[in-house]
Every structure is written in C-alpha cells, then in structure tokens.
Design a protein around this ligand. Structure first.
Ligand code: PMP
Length: 373
C-alpha cells in the first residue's frame, strides 16, 4: 500500500484505486469501459467500429430496439408510452417542453426545487407563461415543499418537477397523481430506483450520469401528449415527428446509444432497479450518518429530502475546504468539489460508484476530521 504525505505532514493510505465522484459526465462501470475498449475496432463481427455503423442499417436499428425494450422491461413502461432518443441534453428540453406540450398562450406549472429547476423555469418562461407551485429559493433550497402545499393550476398544460437536484442535493421521494400531466427532469436519478411511470406524462434525462455518456437525452412520453408540431418548430425537435420516425428523423447520437445499451445490460446484471435503489440508499446513508454525527462536517438539507444520488455537505470551517479537496484528490478521490452555485463538497453516487468508493471516502473524511477537528 503506497503512502502519500500531505503538506501538514499527515499520512494517508492510498490503495492506488481512483474513484470519480463527478456529477457528470460521471464514472462508468469498469466492465462497461472494458467492453467499449474491447469491441471498438470491430462491433459484433461486422468488421466496422460501432462509430462507423449506418444508423439506418439493421444492426444499429436492432441496437436501438434493444435499448427501447430494455427500458420498457426495467421500468415497466406501459404500452401507451413511447421512448425518444434526442440530441442536445436535458437543457435543450427545458425550451422544447413548452413548445411541444403547450398550445400558444397556455401556461404550465413549475416546482422550483434548486439550481436545475430554476434553469428549466428560466428557459420555459421564454416560450410560455408559468405558474410557480412552490419555491425553495427563500430557504436556499434546503428542503422541498410537500405536495399539499403546491399551488396547482388545474388549467395548466403540465406540471414540471426536477426529481433530483444535482447541485443542491435534494430528491423527491414520492410522485403525486395530478390531474394535469406530470413532467419530470430525471437527469440525475434516472434508473437509480423503480418508477411509477404511469403517473407521468413525460420523463426526460440526459444520459451522462446513469445511462452512459453525453450526447443523448432520453424521453418517455405518453402517446396523447404527442401533438402536431407548432409553426416554426424544427422537425427534429418535435416529439410527435421523432416518435413517428422511431427517433431517426435525424442521425441519432449513435455512440451514446451504444453506451446506453451497455449500461442497461450492466444494470440488469446487477439485479435491476430495486438493486440499484438498495445500493444507492446504503451508500448515501453511510455518508449522511457520518456527516450528521461529526463536528467538522454538516449537511443543511432536510433529512427527508436529501438526495441518495448527490450527497452535498459543507465543512463548518470553510477555510478547510480547499485543503480537503486537494488531499482527497491526492488519495484518489476525484471531483468532490460542490457545484459552483452551492459550494462545499458533493459526492455523486451514481449506479456505477461501488460501495468501496464510499468507504474510501469515509475513511478519508474520518482521517481529515481527526487531523483538523
Ligand atoms: N437537469 C439536471 C437535473 C442536471 O443535473 C443537468 C446536468 N447536470 C441538466 C439538467 C442539464 O443537462 P445537460 O447538460 O445534458 O443539458
């Protein structure tokens, strides 16, 4: 076991293994990375790389069908929903949602839970009048308003939520049954737990956290929400037109789809979404329990609303943060810096993060607290 000496002279164990706690693009399971590397020059004996496959050819169409089918099976997606594969990340959907789902002049409801909900709101507001059902901005996004406090508009075209606030460390535990379509940005907790898909009108998620690599945004849309595109909307951005063309209206992000196929198989091999949820809760609980019991660290998020995916906490003495992050990096614990809007520390525990990574982080935090407490 190698030893690193910190500037303050304190030694720390370093097993040589590195753990990437980045919020996204995030770590991939080593098995998935190895498979990408192994089959990159020759995909399925075709003599060509997956990067060179025509998206209209039978092999790649088969891969897209497989991704669709795996998602249906893992999530139990009902038959009246379709899956769309789009470019442009979740940020692109912030503007495309009102353009696709609302009639001109119609308003939508939004729940403001943190940095990403605020982004979604700012963008949607450029296209439609919005009603805030509740906002956590007043208390610095440290809790999520319970459903009975939401000021819902029964005439709204949809109600938008952010199921997990990546930058603020908050997560919605329960999804309400509403009279208007529930629309969710699930970019950071998609495929980390089973979902009652039938409660949603639309779910969307960028792929680069739990479903592979950047470039792909996945949508699950209830059929009745697929409307003829409004004037001026470019065809590849129309949900209805993409659905008609099985997401091949333009060249889909083929490499990201290939990585998604590998990730879905990996998730199934690990035991599916219940297993992912169990592992996620176990990993995050270890961190929260330690932080709550410690004098050096603290977590300001209300316990009931804390994210199992992005664990955010502060050092009580803010002056120690830079040293904490530097020493963590030196022990192979990478990208623990909190989001620029929130500061502090953020440990992103997506599906690919093993328990061993969290245990290593805990050992480092204990050691750091011993030296600086
Ligand atoms: N929503 C959430 C909850 C996110 O975490 C992110 C990215 N961190 C986004 C939206 C934006 O995703 P993209 O950068 O792919 O547009």
């Amino acid at each position: 076991m190698a030893c690193i000496c910190f500037p303050d002279g304190a030694p720390a164990a370093h097993s040589g293994e590195r753990y990437n706690f980045a919020a996204g693009p995030a770590m991939l399971p080593p098995e998935v990375l190895a498979q990408i590397q192994h089959e990159l020059p020759d995909w399925q004996g075709s003599g060509l790389s997956v990067l060179e496959q025509p998206f209209t050819g039978a092999p790649f169409k088969g891969l897209m069908q497989q991704v669709d089918q795996d998602l249906h099976e893992l999530l139990g997606i009902p038959p009246n929903y379709c899956v769309l594969f789009m470019h442009g990340g979740a940020s692109c959907q912030f503007g495309l949602l009102p353009l696709n789902l609302l009639a001109p002049g119609q308003s939508a409801d939004y729940l403001e839970t943190g940095y990403w909900a605020s982004k979604a709101i700012a963008e949607a507001r450029r296209h439609a009048p919005l009603n805030m059902v509740a906002s956590g901005a007043g208390d610095g996004f440290s809790a999520i308003a319970p459903v009975h406090e939401w000021r819902l508009n029964p005439q709204a075209g949809y109600c938008h939520i952010t199921s997990n606030e990546t930058a603020n460390g908050l997560q919605l535990r329960h999804f309400p049954e509403l009279s208007v379509p529930l629309v969710a940005d699930m970019s950071s907790d998609f495929l980390t737990r089973p979902l009652p898909v039938e409660r949603f009108g639309l779910i969307y998620a960028s792929a680069q956290k739990n479903l592979g690599v950047a470039g792909l945004c996945l949508l699950i849309v209830r059929d009745d929400l697929l409307k003829a595109p409004r004037a001026g909307l470019p065809s590849p951005f129309s949900y209805a037109l993409q659905a008609e063309q099985q997401s091949r209206l333009c060249t889909p992000p083929t490499f990201a789809l290939y990585c998604a196929a590998l990730m879905l198989r990996w998730i199934r091999q690990q035991g599916g979404l219940k297993a992912m949820a169990r592992a996620g809760l176990a990993k995050s609980r270890l961190l929260y329990q330690y932080v709550d019991a410690s004098d050096l660290y603290h977590c300001r998020q209300r316990p009931a609303d804390r994210s199992a995916v992005n664990v955010c906490f502060q050092l009580r003495d803010q002056h120690l943060l830079a040293l904490f992050l530097r020493q963590a990096e030196q022990t192979g614990l990478l990208n623990l810096q909190g989001h620029a809007a929130s500061g502090g520390v953020r440990a992103s525990l997506y599906n690919a993060m093993p328990l061993a990574g969290v245990e290593r982080l805990l050992a480092f935090m204990r050691d750091f607290a011993r030296r600086h407490g």
